[in-house]
Write a protein that binds this ligand. Structure first.
Ligand SMILES: [Zn+2]
Length: 101
């Protein structure tokens, strides 16, 4: 089944889309304008395995008079974290969520 690009209405090609960390998902790609479509179920499945793969245990360490955690290298690279970058720390039912701003 051919699917038309939602952007420019040309035929789209089946391709593998790299969501990072070596995980590829099946998606449709438009060579004309570069538009990509990935099935939500496929993408969500890949994200769940990515989350499990990326989950790491970290230790709380002393930083000056306070405490903090050191991020594993994979997380630093994957999330493009940098010193001085701000994050929102939000309590959730099952832990803390860190959202780079
Ligand atoms: Zn297109």
């Amino acid at each position: 089944m051919k699917m038309k690009c939602l952007n420019c209405h040309k035929n789209m090609k089946k391709t593998k889309f790299d969501i990072g960390y070596g995980i590829e998902v099946d998606s449709l790609h438009c060579e004309e304008c570069g538009f990509n479509v990935t099935d939500d179920k496929v993408l969500n499945g890949a994200l769940v395995s990515l989350k499990e793969q990326m989950a790491k245990e970290v230790k709380i360490i002393e930083i000056g008079n306070g405490i903090g955690i050191r991020f594993p290298n994979e997380i630093v690279k994957g999330m493009k974290l940098k010193r001085g970058r701000e994050m929102i720390v939000r309590p959730e039912i099952d832990g803390l969520k860190l959202i780079p701003t």
